[in-house]
Write a protein that binds this ligand. Structure first.
Ligand code: MN
Length: 426
């Protein structure tokens, strides 16, 4: 076992024990404090560690301090897997209860540890490209049944390759950013002509983002092993979706306006290394994938995921769905291999959306489209209100955690409030 994952590790940051951010987690993010510049940090307990302060103090070996002062993680991530691992090991050591170097240096500690409650969290990485996959068999089957009721639910390619489309990096925003209801063109199957106006079927997609940590040369494919080593980590992702716009526009080239208006990303990137103890076998792949996609060990992760809604003015949120990252049919490594196999240059800071992660049972679906079966079976919220799709003022939150041996590896939360559509007359 990697010593940083040892469930017996205890930190001198007392709030770390039993929290979503124990010493075994150390997720990366970007924060600012008192309107200061954005800095790279890792969360522990109810604190964020200003990693640049430790580097400037000479505590992180040969990792240059300036990579932590750029306001994004890209420059650190570009240093590669050996440096990610070394830095994690060193941070783990400095935060351990039995190591005094930082624990006993009150002046340094005061500069390096900031209360999480006092910081503003930013998008952790400059998103270079955003590709969204469609890798949950249950989700693809449910959508197929609803959108193409007279055809087989899964299209013939689905079991042979991770289906995906190129999304927009420009509208990936950090958790907490309000989401404006989009305008667009819709035409319900029974209508004679399309009309233009606010989306009426605004939805979420419960996903995970894979953060690519490797630059590849155009024209050079990756192997599965290279792809796996090149994954820096994972974050929560909500791929907001306008279902009525999607249903009218998506044939033949896939979603366009239905997806490009906003995608929310969680503020914390949990490293692949921190998730190592939660590695599990994914669904059995049958037919066996072609050799370039064939994996020889478990490549999924057991991460519990949750969707909660609070209507405007609601005192409490209602959990409406519970799923698990492990349900994904195509693993993140397979998605990355497939993305690069034709020669596409991948970049540090690319994110791969997993696709909506739906489980096999009705309460485990990852979108309102499925949870309400296209609005036909509205959900009841704690305050008695019902929802087919999202309404203005709703706050939607997704969250995730992996749990084992008394250790919780939390991803934090990814939320957004729905704002009314813009006042626009074309
Ligand atoms: Mn999606």
């Amino acid at each position: 076992m990697n010593p940083t994952n040892d469930p017996a590790l205890v930190s001198w940051v007392e709030t770390a024990q039993g929290s979503d951010f124990p010493i075994q987690n150390l997720p990366w993010g970007v924060f600012s404090f008192n309107d200061g510049p954005a800095r790279v940090g890792v969360a522990i307990g109810d604190r964020v560690v200003d990693v640049g302060v430790l580097a400037e103090a000479g505590l992180l070996g040969d990792v240059p301090a300036d990579v932590f002062a750029t306001g994004v993680l890209n420059d650190f991530v570009r240093l590669g897997p050996a440096v990610w691992s070394r830095t994690r090991a060193r941070l783990s050591e400095l935060l351990r209860a039995d190591v005094g170097r930082l624990r006993d240096d009150a002046a340094l500690r005061a500069r390096a540890l900031v209360p999480l409650a006092d910081v503003r969290l930013h998008l952790p990485i400059r998103v270079e490209g955003y590709t969204d996959f469609y890798s949950s068999r249950e989700h693809a089957t449910n959508v197929g049944r609803m959108f193409r009721p007279d055809a087989p639910a899964l299209l013939p390619n689905w079991l042979h390759l991770p289906v995906g489309y190129n999304g927009r990096a420009s509208t990936v925003v950090v958790s907490g950013t309000p989401i404006r209801r989009p305008l667009g063109q819709t035409k319900a199957p029974g209508e004679a002509a399309p009309s233009f106006g606010p989306c009426r079927r605004l939805d979420l997609e419960l996903e995970m983002a894979t953060i690519v940590g490797v630059d590849t040369e155009m024209g050079r494919p990756l192997t599965l092993e290279e792809a796996e080593r090149g994954i820096f980590g994972y974050a929560l992702l909500n791929d907001w979706s306008a279902r009525d716009i999607q249903q009218w526009e998506y044939v033949p080239l896939g979603p366009f306006q239905a997806k490009v208006f906003a995608t929310s990303m969680g503020p914390w990137i949990v490293t692949a290394e921190a998730l190592e103890p939660f590695r599990v076998e994914g669904p059995k792949q049958d037919p066996e994938p072609l050799p370039y996609l064939r994996q020889s060990k478990p490549m999924n992760y057991d991460v519990e995921l949750e969707i909660a809604i609070a209507g405007p003015g609601a005192r409490e949120e209602t959990v409406v769905g519970r799923s698990n990252f492990a349900h994904l049919y195509w693993s993140s490594a397979q998605q990355l291999v497939h993305h690069a196999i034709g020669g596409c240059a991948m970049k540090v800071g690319d994110i791969l959306g997993s696709g909506t992660i739906s489980g096999p049972s009705e309460g485990s679906f990852g979108s309102l489209l499925e949870l309400t079966w296209n609005g036909q079976r509205p959900l009841r919220l704690a305050d008695g209100a019902t929802r087919g799709f999202l309404e203005d003022g709703d706050r939607l939150t997704i969250s995730g955690r992996a749990r084992r041996d008394g250790v919780t590896i939390g991803f934090g939360a990814c939320s957004g409030v729905i704002l009314p559509a813009p006042d626009f007359r074309g």
